[in-house]
Design a protein around this ligand. Sequence first.
Ligand SMILES: C[S@@+](CC[C@H](N)C(=O)[O-])C[C@H]1O[C@@H](n2cnc3c(N)ncnc32)[C@H](O)[C@@H]1O
Length: 315
Amino acid sequence: MTISRLNPAAPQLAQPAGDASSLAEASYRYQRRWSWVRQILPRPLRRALRLACFLTLDGLDLCLQRREEMTPPRWLSPVGDGDFAATGAEFCDHFIRLGGLAPYHAVLDVGCGIGRMARPLTQYLTSGTYEGFDIVPGGIRWCRRHITSRYPNFIFSLADIRNPEYNPRGHVAASEYRFPYDDGRFHFAFLTSVFTHMRPPEMSHYLEELRRVLAPGGKCLSTFFVLNHESRRLAGLGASAFDFSCRLPGCWSTNRQTPETAIGYEEEEVGRLLVDKKFSLQSLSFGRWCGRTHFLSFQDIAVFAKQRSESGREE
Ligand SMILES: C[S@@+](CC[C@H](N)C(=O)[O-])C[C@H]1O[C@@H](n2cnc3c(N)ncnc32)[C@H](O)[C@@H]1O
């Protein structure tokens, strides 16, 4: 069963927000250009090459004084060399338009990285609050020093969770981690490019935690690589930026050695997990990543709401 059949009311959005389509196009080209590196090079070598490139570009930024306010150096980045500010602005727009985010909301950013989404939200959440957590210490340190110092309602927390791609030496399994927040605390939560690095037991547990910390009626926006007939057809034509050909229990990856490099889910599996965790799908907007010509963003974007009752109605 496809997601759209699980919830026929869920619109299949394809209108780009602002210049989202040109950003998606740039990400698509970037990922296609470097996909062979992800597949061929072992993780340590990939990381070392990336670091060398980014340190060189950071040096140039420093000499030319061209780094913007609240923009971290590239070497800290877990999110490639995309346009940091523009991608943040793009998603802020998605949060408002697709997720119903309001300036007074309490917001949770799961896997907040180096503050790419927090940066534009500092200008939008005028009376709201923001909590973000991540598993990489450097990003959290940077966000505290450069964002919380100016916007005390923006709080960043570190979780020592294991992820073979981002924090291989972490001590806690994601599938056992309790989010450090009270029940019903947030109006809105989001995960941008986080479930694209997590396997089913971890994702399933995070959905449970999201449900716990969301207030009645709370919504969550998450990006995915959703695998379906269309994405496979395009992959077969050689149009996809990712080759999800490694089968794992409940998901697919592009990389057998370190599957968390990029993880994709069958559309049915995403729908099943959402229903299982008592979320109702509000919208699913397909992305450019697999070579689509009609798309909203680079990755696929799902918005789902916490259901009120056992009968499955929203709160
Ligand atoms: C591609 S980056 C995206 C960062 C950020 N969401 C953004 O869009 O800029 C993936 C992020 O997920 C984080 N991550 C991976 N596994 C995680 C987990 N189990 N819990 C929280 N964050 C996780 C990584 O540390 C990394 O910062």
